[in-house]
Design a binder for this molecule. Structure first.
Ligand SMILES: [Zn+2]
Length: 100
């Protein structure tokens, strides 16, 4: 999720937007503190359609994919045929990212 400065879109205050996965963040080149265009349709979670790069400052950092799971016991891995990162602890992970 992207945490946004709350903005009213079509009568609804929006403060979160889905980022889908790290590939999407990379593809759209979304960085921390970026100004973004957010789209919202019906009940679908709002998403970032585009980054306004004219408002980007030099010091805006790219997202880093964590290499440790928040459970603290296992590593974050990405299988070649999948688009999302997972804890390599599988069912032994107390957070069990598979269910998120
Ligand atoms: Zn874990």
């Amino acid at each position: 999720m992207a945490r946004l400065n709350p903005i009213n879109i079509g009568g609804v205050m929006v403060s979160n937007a889905t980022l889908h996965n790290f590939d999407e963040i990379k593809k759209k080149d979304i960085r921390i503190n970026d100004s973004v265009w957010v789209k919202r349709a019906g009940d679908v979670i709002p998403y970032i359609s585009e980054v306004d790069k004219s408002k980007r400052e030099k010091n805006y950092k790219e997202f880093k994919i964590p290499n440790k799971c928040p459970c603290g016991k296992f590593q974050i891995i990405k299988l070649n045929n999948e688009t999302v990162q997972r804890c390599n602890g599988g069912s032994k992970c107390p957070i069990n990212m598979l269910s998120l």
